[in-house]
Design a protein around this ligand. Structure first.
Ligand SMILES: *[C@@H]1O[C@H](CO)[C@@H](O)[C@H](O)[C@H]1NC(C)=O
Ligand SMILES: *[C@@H]1O[C@H](CO)[C@@H](O)[C@H](O)[C@H]1NC(C)=O
Ligand SMILES: *[C@@H]1O[C@H](CO)[C@@H](O)[C@H](O)[C@H]1NC(C)=O
Ligand SMILES: *[C@@H]1O[C@H](CO)[C@@H](O)[C@H](O)[C@H]1NC(C)=O
Ligand SMILES: *[C@@H]1O[C@H](CO)[C@@H](O)[C@H](O)[C@H]1NC(C)=O
Ligand SMILES: *[C@@H]1O[C@H](CO)[C@@H](O)[C@H](O)[C@H]1NC(C)=O
Ligand SMILES: *[C@@H]1O[C@H](CO)[C@@H](O)[C@H](O)[C@H]1NC(C)=O
Ligand SMILES: *[C@@H]1O[C@H](CO)[C@@H](O)[C@H](O)[C@H]1NC(C)=O
Length: 330
């Protein structure tokens, strides 16, 4: 059971605390702050303003759990013309992911990125007056017959992953896509209003992105890939390798070789949104790991990205009320 305590704040904002009844004995309102006593005489004096304008903020620093120790608000999230130089440890880790023996010169490759793409968006507008909601839509079969479509579409940002389609599945997965995270081997065309967000697991992925909008002469990585892509060039974004390493170290405790695209996407949302609603992650009720759009079983434990550890982390974020999980009914 949880006690919900609501305190009216300026701008008609509500600060909502969900307090476990096992630890809380008394709460009272005191000069626009809340003093909480618990039976082990531990108490917290919450006087910081709410970090966002939503009913509950993912980043609420007032909650005592491991989140704040791991969360790095100033990490470089997206590559741009002024932050593309990599720290030595980041470059070392990222270079280690490359499957090939000869890797292009990073500096010369990245030099070509921002004449070509825009780097205006920084998402650095977080603050007490912003309430931005995100739906992160994974590709799990548990979306089937969920009727989550309208709920997903009602978020400010709808972030989708790899090939997960909307056509034919709108009732369950929604129809809006503001961001789609992909890499060359998982790429699909997106419409003009969608941000194509590249997750560059390797140098060739950045070279491919450039090629796909220019020469179209990269047709193969470790497999055949599409040489071109339909997307709004002005909305292209590239995850920063520093962000990828940070997710790997801070959030998957360096399990596997690198984080999965789904997990990176969820952490991306936690860095650009105030409220994160997560759909289509995890197994179906019957315990099956497959996509909602095909019958391919997704192996999840023994992959290069430690899916099991990632999933435990996601469940912990849910328990800590940093995200809200929608697990479907089937
Ligand atoms: C690049 O991104 C950083 C944050 O990673 C930001 O502080 C900086 O202003 C951005 N620079 C440009 C030129 O967009
Ligand atoms: C390396 O290649 C294998 C297939 O040969 C692929 O499964 C894996 O994802 C690749 N790693 C990266 C970082 O691209
Ligand atoms: C990469 O290219 C830059 C110039 O674009 C050059 O200064 C640098 O020495 C090159 N690095 C290597 C390892 O070749
Ligand atoms: C896509 O959006 C850009 C502006 O971001 C605009 O210049 C272009 O004409 C649009 N293309 C289509 C096909 O709507
Ligand atoms: C693609 O074209 C560019 C520019 O013409 C060239 O520098 C590059 O080597 C080509 N790459 C491949 C894989 O053919
Ligand atoms: C990859 O593309 C080449 C050239 O287009 C083609 O000959 C080959 O069969 C393709 N391989 C696969 C696995 O589709
Ligand atoms: C999280 O990342 C920051 C820097 O990116 C680092 O200083 C900190 O030690 C990390 N925390 C954990 C728990 O790994
Ligand atoms: C998964 O990996 C573990 C240890 O890394 C191994 O014991 C187990 O047999 C593997 N399972 C499958 C299905 O490959």
């Amino acid at each position: 059971m949880a006690i919900v305590l609501r305190t009216l704040r300026h701008h008609h904002r509500y600060l909502t605390f969900l307090l476990s009844s096992t630890i809380v004995l008394f709460c009272f309102h005191f000069q626009n702050s809340v003093v909480i006593f618990t039976y082990n005489s531990y108490f917290r004096y919450v006087s910081e303003p709410a970090p966002c304008a939503c009913a509950t903020c993912a980043l609420d620093r007032g909650r005592a759990d491991g989140f704040s120790a791991r969360y790095e608000p100033t990490v470089h999230l997206l590559l741009n013309s002024s932050n593309s130089e990599l720290r030595a440890d980041v470059f070392g880790w990222w270079k280690g992911l490359q499957n090939v023996t000869s890797v292009a010169n990073y500096t010369s490759v990245v030099k070509n990125l921002f004449p070509l793409f825009s780097d205006k968006e920084h998402y650095s507008d977080a603050g007490p007056d912003r309430c931005r909601t995100c739906a992160v839509v994974g590709n799990s079969g548990n979306l089937l017959r969920s009727h989550y479509g309208p709920l997903i579409d009602s978020n400010d940002f709808v972030v989708r992953i790899n090939k997960g389609p909307t056509g034919g599945f709108e009732k369950d997965v929604g129809s809006r896509t503001t961001h789609r995270i992909m890499y060359p081997e998982s790429s699909v065309d997106v419409d003009n209003s969608t941000h194509l967000v590249l997750s560059p697991f390797k140098m060739l992925d950045i070279e491919w992105l450039i090629s796909a909008f220019t020469t179209k002469n990269i047709t193969k990585t470790y497999m055949n890939v599409s040489s071109t892509i339909q997307a709004n060039k002005d909305k292209v974004m590239i995850l920063h390798p520093e962000f990828m390493k940070y997710v790997y170290v801070n959030w998957t405790d360096s399990h596997g070789r690198y984080p999965s695209t789904g997990f990176l996407t969820l952490m991306f949302a936690l860095h650009i949104c105030d409220e994160v609603n997560v759909f289509g992650f995890g197994a179906t009720k019957a315990g099956q790991w497959h996509h909602y759009f095909d019958e391919t079983l997704t192996l999840y434990v023994n992959e290069s990205h430690a899916g099991d550890f990632e999933y435990q982390t996601i469940l912990r974020l849910e328990q800590e009320k940093r995200i809200v999980m929608f697990k479907g009914w089937t």
